[in-house]
Design a protein around this ligand. Structure first.
Ligand SMILES: O=C(CO)[C@H](O)[C@H](O)COP(=O)(O)O
Length: 224
């Protein structure tokens, strides 16, 4: 199977996972990226079965609206039963690296509000140790050089993602050569650097369910 077919398979599995729980009051949290896009496209068929969605990016909001799905401001929503999103890497504890699409801050906010985080990913995203994928860090623009120097002190090789401005008007630094032994501790440590808005480690609040697309079918995992 191709990677796109695996992404399609996990998008379909996520629909099966949430469909029994939808009602006219349900507002879903929706992530960003190519896997999340496949989920959005499948969600269109269920649009009359739930109220709408909160999106983690302008791109996802536009795609949802394109399918006739109402998009709500997070501040106007009481509860978010499910957040469905992809990942760049995920380990056995369902800690993740996210932010390859630069949407990490809004993704982390919507995930924090959700009762259940369902991660949808093809098998290439499953790793033993996080860090082969360069860890994204969203920074306030004037703090970029300072934050980069602090990241070097932590052992990373920080590279400015040129030309990328996040939906929040900030910039992204990607941390190369930065293998992570303790994702929960490192997430907190990076957040403590002045000028960091968010880092792409989703460990303190990891996923609750991983739907992993493999050659032999979609596997359903919970945190080890
Ligand atoms: O965190 C993300 C965007 O900020 C995405 O979930 C992550 O980059 C995975 O993307 P894809 O589904 O395209 O592989």
């Amino acid at each position: 199977m191709t990677q796109d077919e695996l992404k399609d398979a996990v998008a379909a599995a996520a629909i099966d996972e949430i469909a029994p729980f939808l009602d006219r009051d349900t507002v879903l949290g929706i992530g960003t990226g190519s896997t999340a896009n496949r989920f959005i496209d499948r969600l269109a068929a269920l649009r009359d079965d739930f109220q709408g969605a909160v999106a983690s990016s302008e791109a996802s909001a536009e795609r949802l609206r394109g399918h006739g799905i109402e998009v709500f401001e997070l501040n106007s929503v009481g509860s978010v039963p499910f957040y469905i999103d992809g990942a760049d890497e995920v380990n056995a504890h369902l800690h993740m690296i996210k932010g390859g699409g630069a949407a990490l801050t809004r993704e982390k906010i919507v995930a924090a509000c959700a009762e259940k985080f369902i991660c949808i990913a093809d098998a290439s995203k499953r790793v033993e140790r996080l860090g082969d994928f360069p860890l994204p860090v969203e920074v306030i623009p004037m703090a970029r050089s300072y934050v980069a120097r602090e990241l070097v002190k932590l052992g990373a090789d920080p590279v400015y993602r040129e030309g990328v401005v996040t939906d929040n008007g900030n910039q992204i630094i990607d941390c190369f050569e930065f293998m992570i032994d303790d994702p929960v501790a490192m997430e907190a440590r990076l957040d403590a650097i002045v000028g960091v808005v968010t880092n792409g480690l989703f460990a303190a609040r990891g996923a609750d369910v991983l739907l992993l697309g493999t050659e032999s079918g979609v596997e359903r995992h919970t945190p080890a």
